[in-house]
Design a protein around this ligand. Structure first.
Ligand code: SAM
Length: 298
């Protein structure tokens, strides 16, 4: 790979970046040309305040090309534009080869839910103490186990599985993403699992991941969810969870549990109020500013 490095003034940066993409750059990145010098400028403001300025006074724009010929051709075409008078080529240089696959993989380590319950990417050996293991690789659908909301749901499943197991004949994972919660429930004894999502890519990912984990479930669009379930899981976000309150509560069987995530600490009261006509929600876990809210139908 070869990197074409340009210097551009604040007013030209966007045009230069767009032009480089048009000129078949594999990627374009923008950095402060004065970084690590006296002239370095911070672009972030006080919390809650807009940034003091939109861009740096001078930016270094880096565009990646497959070879030197392509990089030089792009530079020649770009500098020929009438608006490019103040744009300067700083360098065209080789980028050392990196093992990109290994680099990406190294960012996803096994995630511990409980000492015996782990999420482990396929390229990792499971830890010795892991008894329940979800094998999952990062994909297009949300849910690799690294997000606090997913972890809290899985923790709840692992902790409450013993009391659910004798009658755990059905489970609903509403907003299943990668299917991680449905798979986690299956590993803890759940049966008759329905996993639904409005995103067809998530439905496909759930089917794929379930199969890869040797788990049987039905994945589909939300209409697939029918009737009552001893466990209803929904890790979405506060606003859709409020809209879905009557629907989700209607799916909770007598004696069943509702487990909700995707809620920030400050949203606890509004969620409690939205569900109050049907079920009494309480905060049952906290992680990094997020809360888990659960209810039990008598
Ligand atoms: C935050 S992800 C959670 C994924 C996974 N269940 C987990 O815990 O990691 C939320 C998922 O809910 C889906 N979703 C959002 N609104 C929905 C709705 N109204 N009905 C069903 N699914 C919805 C999204 O497509 C997304 O896959």
């Amino acid at each position: 790979m070869v990197e074409l490095i340009l210097l551009a003034a604040e007013g030209d940066v966007e045009t230069v970046s767009d032009a480089l993409m048009e000129l078949d750059a594999l990627s374009v990145s923008v950095e402060d040309a004065d970084a690590d010098s006296e002239a370095e400028q911070a672009l972030f403001g006080e919390p809650g305040m807009p940034p003091p300025r939109a861009g740096w006074q001078r930016s270094t724009v880096k565009a990646l090309y497959p070879d030197e010929e392509a990089a030089l051709e792009a530079a020649t075409l770009l500098l020929a534009q009438e608006w490019a008078g103040d744009v300067h080529v700083v360098a065209v240089q080789d980028v050392p080869d990196a093992d990109w696959v290994r680099l990406t993989q190294s960012q996803f380590a096994p995630v511990e839910i409980t000492p015996s319950f782990w999420i482990v990417p396929t390229w990792h050996e499971p830890p010795a103490q892991a008894e329940q293991i979800i094998r999952l690789d990062p994909g297009l659908a949300f849910g690799t186990g690294t997000h606090p909301t997913t972890r809290m749901c899985l923790r709840w499943i692992a902790t409450h599985a013993p009391e659910l197991s004798p009658a755990w004949v059905r489970t609903l994972d509403y907003g299943c993403g990668s299917g991680i919660l449905a798979i986690g429930a299956a590993l803890h004894g759940a049966q008759g699992i329905d996993a639904v999502d409005i995103d067809p890519a998530a439905v496909e990912a759930t089917s794929h991941n379930a199969q890869a984990n040797g788990v049987t479930l039905r994945a589909g669009l939300p209409d697939l969810a029918q009737g009552a379930y001893p466990l209803v899981l929904a890790n979405i976000l506060a606003t859709p969870l409020k809209l879905l309150a009557p629907l989700l509560c209607a799916h909770v069987a007598p004696g069943g549990h509702l487990v909700l995530a995707g809620i920030l600490e400050r949203q606890a009261d509004e969620l409690t109020a939205a569900y109050a006509p049907w079920l009494r929600l309480q905060v049952s876990d906290r992680d990094d500013g997020w809360i888990l809210m659960t209810a039990h139908r008598a």
